[in-house]
Design a protein around this ligand. Structure first.
Ligand SMILES: Nc1ncnc2c1ncn2[C@@H]1O[C@H](COP(=O)(O)OP(=O)(O)O)[C@@H](O)[C@H]1O
Ligand SMILES: [Mg+2]
Length: 361
């Protein structure tokens, strides 16, 4: 899938902007505050019908009433996607046919994004890792997000019930038993999907990390479920603790993941640059899995990806992207360190004061 054209009106700092993308690597080069992230965010918005940064209203250019994003997308078919964002809501259409349900739209434009925010993946709290990985699994398996929603509902009900039982000093656990059984069933499904995801991504990730890092270190991606077997009986054993704390202590909502480089946990020791290589390797591995399993090439977005990457890793990334037929969109302040022999499939744009021109200057 590729985005061929993008037209923005009153989106963030852009009054009016039209871009024709190349089908391989696209560089958007500009100084801080020039509008690079805003451009990438618009493409993200196009895919997920929301910003990853702020509420809809902040994406509308200040002192204007609405923002418009129009894009031409080419996959099996060609289609035009249009989103109008205003203070009272958004309107989405494909080929001028309005879409009523967001869930019918999301997924039509497939992207995988590397955002500076994702740097939390390795060293941040487990919640960030779970969220990042949940979103990625959701890209491969739509049922997973449905099951996750189901799990979260049961969990919420169970936690509310725990509070009520404590407040009423009740020893009647009939309803708690029912919720616990439902939670255990859902937990089992989620844990199984997470496990099979890790198994699937492992080999791909090892190869991709090896390529990007350009060294002989080995990456291991490890899933750490807090409960794995005999889920129901383990949950039942924790009734008293759950009641005491008025929350559910065990279950996939507490799971975590670890990345090891050779024998070292990246959480404790990886530098900013090393963490970046791990995250990039994950994103590129997932792209390959989506291509294999779904036969769709997602559009790759990389915001400010070169900062903290050394010369060698910047070049490995571009060399890789240049050699694939996946479309990528990269923002950066410069590409002076990139070997020109890796740029033969790329298109370059200059971004200045929210104006975009083809070419480097
Ligand atoms: N709703 C908005 N209206 C007008 N300008 C905005 C809006 N949102 C963000 N901006 C402008 O966008 C600029 C940041 O652009 P950004 O794309 O993040 O820069 P960079 O090129 O460094 O990634 C800010 O300086 C801000 O003035
Ligand atoms: Mg930026």
């Amino acid at each position: 899938m590729i985005i061929t054209n993008l037209s923005l009106t009153n989106y963030r700092g852009y009054k009016k902007c039209d871009v024709s993308f190349g089908k391989n690597v696209n560089f958007f080069i500009g100084n801080n505050g020039s509008g690079k992230t805003n451009l990438l965010e618009a493409i993200y918005y196009l895919a997920l019908a929301k910003s990853y940064k702020t509420a809809d209203s902040s994406t509308v250019k200040s002192e204007t009433e609405f923002a418009r994003i129009i894009a031409k997308i080419k996959s099996d078919k060609e289609f035009t996607s249009k989103i109008i964002i205003s203070k009272i809501g958004k309107k989405i259409s494909i080929n001028n046919q309005e879409i009523d349900k967001l869930s019918d739209y999301i997924g039509k434009v497939k992207i995988l994004a590397f955002l500076p925010e994702d740097m939390d993946l390795i060293k941040g709290v487990p919640k960030n890792r779970r969220y990042f990985i949940d979103m990625i699994i959701g890209q491969i398996d739509k049922n997973y997000l449905v099951e996750l929603g189901n799990y979260k509902n049961i969990l919420k009900q169970r936690n509310e019930l725990l509070k009520i039982l404590v407040e009423n000093k009740s020893k009647d656990y009939t309803l708690l038993d029912i919720y616990t059984e439902q939670l255990a069933r859902s937990a089992e499904i989620i844990i199984a999907i997470r496990k099979s995801f890790i198994d699937k991504v492992k080999i791909e990730l090892e190869q991709m990390y090896h390529y990007l890092a350009a060294n002989s270190k080995r990456i291991s991606f490890i899933y750490r479920p807090v409960i794995e077997n005999e889920i129901l009986s383990q949950l039942k054993q924790k009734y008293q603790k759950d009641l005491f704390m008025m929350t559910t202590n065990l279950g996939p909502h507490r799971d975590d993941y670890d990345f090891f480089i050779d024998e070292v946990n990246a959480k404790d020791f990886a530098s900013q640059g090393e963490q970046r290589v791990i995250i990039l390797a994950i994103i590129l591995s997932i792209a390959n899995i989506i291509i294999k399993e779904k036969n769709i090439k997602p559009i790759l977005l990389f915001d400010d990806v070169f900062s903290e990457l050394d010369y060698l890793r910047q070049n490995q990334l571009v060399k890789y992207l240049n050699s694939t037929d996946i479309q990528s969109i990269i923002t950066t302040t410069n590409i002076k360190d990139i070997n020109t022999s890796f740029l033969n499939n790329s298109k370059t744009f200059n971004v200045k004061n929210h104006l975009i021109k083809e070419g480097k200057n």
